[in-house]
Design a protein around this ligand. Structure first.
Ligand code: NAD
Ligand code: UGA
Length: 449
C-alpha cells in the first residue's frame, strides 16, 4: 500500500462525503463525484450541505491542501484512480424493494474509464446478490476490475467519530488480496485518527476495531442484517412499552434491567416514537423483499416494521386522551430531525407525528434546531415552523418532544410551564426525567412510562 493513493468516491452524501474527506485527511488524493451540481458547488467552497459535527473543518482543510477534488465528471477522476468507492443512494421502490438504479448507473459509468487492476468498492447498502451482478457487468470489460463489498456502518450525527473508530470493517470479495487492500486503506484512517479528530474538533476515543474479510455475499448480508437487528430491538422495546403502559410498569426500568444482561445489551432498547431516517425503514423493507425473492418469508421483520409504523399514532392517541380530544388544541412538536445531531429529516417520526396531530385537528407549531428547512417539504402546509423552542412552546396546550436534542433534554421546564397555556409534556423519546417534569406542575406522558 502506497502512502498516497488516488481514490475516487462516487456519491457525495453522508457516506461518500465522510469517506472522501477522511481519505483526503490521511493524505490520499481524492476525487469526489456527484451528479448534483449544488452539492459539488457547496463542497468546492469548503461547505457541507448538511449538518454533521466535525465535517466542515475537514472539508475546508482538504480543499486548501488541494487533495480533495469535488467534481461532476467521471472521466478524469476514474481514469487515474486505484480505488473507486461507490456511495450512491439506494432508496426503496414503492413496493419496498431496493432501488438499485443509482448503483448500476455509477458502476456502468465508472467501467468506461477504469484502468486494469482498479478495485471497485461498494459502500452503498445493497441486497445480497447485488455484487455478483456487478461482477458480471465488469467481466464484460477487457480490463480486470476487482469488486469488493465494504459496507458502511456510520451513524448520522456521529459520522466522523464512527469512521475514525469503527467497531468493525467488513470487506467481502472473490479476490482476497483486493479485500485486504481495502482493509489496509481503512487501517490508514485508524492510524491517523487522533490527528484527524483534532482537526475536526472531536474528542479522541479508544476502541478496538475488528476486521472481517468474508465472501462477497456474506459482506452484503452482514450490513442489512445488522440494521435489521437494530430496528428489531427498537420495535421489540416499543411493543413491550405498550404492555408497560397497560400494566403500570415503567419501560425505562424494564429495559434497564433487561439490557444489563450482557448477552442482550442496553443499546437500541429505548422505546419511543420509533425509528426513522434514510436507512432503517428502507433497509428493513429491502431485506423483507430480498428474502421473499429467495423464497423466505421474513415475517419477524414485517412485524418490526408494522410496530414501528404504529408508534407516532399510538403517541397521538395517548395525548388525545389526556387532552380530551385534539381538535383545535394548540400543540408544539420539538424535533423534526430523525435523530439528534443531524439536519436529516428523511422519514422523520417527528414529522409524521406533527402531520398526524394536524390531521386530527390540532393546531401544530414545530421546531428543530437544524432540520426546519429539510422537514418543510414533508410537513403538511398548515403546520407552522417556529424559529426557536420558546416561540414554539408559547401558548400551547401540549408540547411533544420528538427528537432528543440536548436543548430539548435540558429544557428550562419552569419557563416552559410559564409560557404554556396547558400543562402536558409528551416525551416521545422518554428522554426527560419524569420527576423533574412533574416537580414543575406539568403532566408527564411518556411511551411505556
Ligand atoms: P445520500 O442520498 O445522502 O447521497 C447519495 C449521493 O449519491 C447523492 O448526492 C446523489 O446525488 C449521488 N448520486 C446518485 N447517483 C449518482 C451517480 N450515478 N453518480 C454520482 N453521484 C450519484 O445517501 P447516503 O445517506 O450517503 O447513503 C448512501 C448509501 O450508504 C445508501 O446505500 C445508504 O443506505 C448507505 N448508508 C448510509 C448511511 C447514513 O448514515 N446515511 C450509513 C451507512 C450506509
Ligand atoms: C443507522 C445505524 O445505527 C448505523 O450503524 C448504520 O450505518 C446506518 O443506520 C445506515 O445504515 O444508514 P442512523 O440511521 O444514522 O444509523 O441512526 P440510528 O442512531 O441508528 O437511529 C435510527 C433511528 O432509530 C432514529 O430515528 C433513532 O431516534 C431511533 N432509535 C434509536 C430509537 O427509537 N431507539 C433506540 O434505542 C435507538
Amino acid at each position: 500500500m502506497r502512502q498516497s493513493e488516488v481514490i475516487t468516491v462516487i456519491g457525495a452524501g453522508y457516506v461518500g462525503l465522510t469517506a472522501a474527506v477522511l481519505f483526503a485527511s490521511v493524505g490520499h488524493k481524492v476525487h469526489l463525484i456527484d451528479v448534483n451540481e449544488s452539492r459539488i458547488k457547496h463542497l468546492k467552497r469548503g461547505k457541507s450541505f448538511f449538518y454533521e459535527q466535525g465535517i466542515e473543518p475537514l472539508i475546508k482543510r482538504s480543499i486548501k491542501t488541494n487533495n480533495f477534488l469535488p467534481t461532476m465528471t467521471y472521466k478524469d477522476a476514474i481514469s487515474e484512480s486505484d480505488f473507486v468507492f461507490s456511495c450512491v443512494g439506494t432508496p426503496d421502490n414503492p413496493d419496498g424493494s431496493s432501488n438499485l438504479s443509482y448503483v448500476f448507473a455509477a458502476a456502468e459509468e465508472a467501467l468506461k474509464y477504469m484502468r486494469p487492476g482498479t478495485i471497485y468498492i461498494q459502500k452503498s447498502t445493497v441486497p445480497v446478490g447485488t455484487g455478483r451482478h456487478i461482477e458480471k457487468l465488469f467481466s464484460s470489460s477487457k480490463n480486470k476490475i476487482d469488486y469488493v463489498s465494504n459496507p458502511e456502518f456510520l451513524g448520522e450525527g456521529t459520522a466522523i467519530s464512527d469512521s475514525l473508530w469503527p467497531d468493525r470493517i467488513v470487506a467481502g470479495a472473490a479476490n482476497h488480496l483486493a479485500a485486504k487492500k481495502v482493509v489496509l486503506l481503512h487501517k490508514g484512517i485508524s492510524k491517523t485518527a487522533p490527528r484527524i479528530a483534532r482537526l475536526a474538533g472531536l474528542e479522541p476515543k479508544k476502541n478496538k476495531t475488528e476486521y472481517y474479510i468474508t465472501n462477497l455475499n456474506s459482506a452484503e448480508l452482514i450490513k442489512v442484517t445488522a440494521n435489521a437487528f437494530l430496528a428489531l430491538k427498537i420495535s421489540f422495546a416499543n411493543s413491550i412499552a405498550k404492555l408497560a403502559d397497560r400494566a403500570g410498569a415503567d419501560i425505562k426500568e424494564v429495559m434497564g434491567g433487561v439490557g444489563s444482561d450482557r448477552r442482550i445489551g442496553a443499546a437500541f432498547l429505548n422505546a419511543g416514537r420509533g425509528y426513522g431516517g434514510g436507512c432503517f425503514p428502507k433497509d428493513v423493507s429491502g431485506l423483507i423483499s430480498s428474502a421473499a425473492e429467495h423464497g423466505v418469508d421474513l415475517h419477524i421483520m414485517t412485524a418490526a416494521s408494522d410496530v414501528n409504523s404504529s408508534m407516532p399514532g399510538y403517541i397521538a392517541a395517548k395525548a388525545k386522551e389526556a387532552l380530551g380530544g385534539l381538535s383545535n388544541k394548540e400543540v408544539a412538536v420539538l424535533g423534526l430531525a430523525f435523530k439528534a445531531g443531524t439536519s436529516d429529516a428523511r422519514r422523520s417520526p417527528g414529522v409524521k407525528l406533527a402531520n398526524i396531530l394536524s390531521r386530527e385537528g390540532a393546531k401544530v407549531t414545530a421546531y428543530d434546531p437544524k432540520a426546519n428547512s429539510e422537514a418543510r417539504e414533508d410537513l403538511l402546509k398548515r403546520v407552522i415552523l417556529a424559529e426557536s423552542a420558546e416561540a414554539a412552546i408559547k401558548d400551547k396546550d401540549a408540547v411533544f418532544i420528538a427528537t432528543d436534542w440536548p436543548e430539548f433534554k435540558d429544557l428550562d421546564l419552569v419557563n416552559t410551564k410559564r409560557l404554556m397555556t396547558g400543562n402536558i409534556i409528551v416525551d416521545c423519546m422518554n428522554t426527560l426525567d419524569k420527576k423533574r417534569v412533574e416537580a414543575c406542575n406539568l403532566t408527564y406522558l411518556g411511551v411505556g412510562c
